[in-house]
Design a protein around this ligand. Sequence first.
Ligand code: FAD
Length: 427
Amino acid sequence: MANEPPLQASLWHATAAPAPATQPFVGDRTADVAIVGAGFTGCSAALHLAEKGVNVTVLEAEQIGWGGSGRNAGLVNAGMWLDPSEVIRLLGPVYGPRILDALDAAPELVDRLAKRHDMACDIVPKGVIRGAHNHKALGGLIEHARQWRERGANVEVYDRTAFAKLTGSNHYVGGIVDHRSFSIQPLSYARGLARAAIAAGANLHEGARVTAVESANGKWRLKTAAGVLTADKMIMATNAYSDGLWPGMRETIIPIGCYMYATEPLSENVRQSILPGKRALYDAQPSMVFARYDRDYRLIVGSLGYLPSGEMVSPRSWAQRTLRYLFPQLGEQTFSHAWAGTIGFTSDHLPRIYEPAPGVHMVLGYNGRGIGPGTYWGKTLADRVLGMPASDFALPVSPVKAAPFRGLRSRFYETAFSAYRLRSLFQ
Ligand SMILES: Cc1cc2nc3c(=O)[nH]c(=O)nc-3n(C[C@H](O)[C@H](O)[C@H](O)COP(=O)(O)OP(=O)(O)OC[C@H]3O[C@@H](n4cnc5c(N)ncnc54)[C@H](O)[C@@H]3O)c2cc1C
């Protein structure tokens, strides 16, 4: 996380719906359930617990949405990176279909909550587009769409000509549109979940970093600089922003950067020829390029990696070049906002659930697809705290185990992303 700009640098921070008011955390307090982290996972868990009358307190080190939830690209995707057949191969006939069904329905859950709690989070419900940069990638996308269609999902395939018309870009050889998915203002959504949780009775404190956790008399004591929270149960929802609070938890994921740039609002005539219909686009390259509008028609473009300084092709000049080859009709653009965040990847692209001690629940490793899944897992952890057996989870509970070659992998990916930016010189 060393190279990350503050959340305040992001377009989302500049344009988000106001955050709910919170009070500082001070003194000795008690709760039935303590939650560490106020992103999608923590806020969704708090909302679903508070709605059931549970006394729940969320402690957030910085501010609501400060982690991935306030920084992300806002693509509310269904499913996972993996094809359904691969998920079933890895997880077997019980957990495989369960997790597929759960994450198939996750965008619907986000939409339902946003509507029920009247969140101003700029949903564009028109399907998310995925482009293929070559024929091999197109074959993969066609197969992905086929497998999801077989499971009843509405995922359409587009050939080169139809895809160019759909996106306003001639760069891709074809692609798919997943009609289950949509885009959102992610920080507004995180704040909306927090506001709904507080309205339902949850306590939420910002600027309350938990510095130590200890067990005493069958309860959990969470210490901050200004107080102690004692709770029967604890949910850790710190994901890629885990700071070592629970031994070994941070080491179970591979941190990967992701950055993005936003233009000034595009003029009316230009915007008609670029992503008409305001659908978001991402592609099938390993370094993944994405482009989407915000509500004011600023075009946001981004990719994987941190924001290193002093590179021959900096992320900023990469962003300029990328817009030039994707949408030559756009002309030169200046950027009003640049920001980045950390994604928690796992070695097999599956999230992890941990229950390392009685009454302690954790889920993390959404692999860059955490809006729907974070909302879903927050709700599911609430069910678990309320008595759902662990065997009903959509994934098996795993031991807390470091990701193999974590540091090496992270450095390898960063080098690969730099090399990819360099390649843009020749595009
Ligand atoms: C740049 C970027 C782009 C992405 N794009 C997408 C996308 O388009 N679509 C998608 O679905 N997903 C995307 N993701 C992934 C998604 O944002 C995350 O998976 C999701 O936000 C995780 O939510 P969370 O609540 O689990 O964790 P987070 O939102 O990361 O929240 C964790 C919180 O824990 C707090 N915390 C940490 N330690 C402590 C402590 N000791 N005490 C108290 N609080 C603590 C942190 O301050 C933080 O606020 C992207 C992520 C990034 C970074």
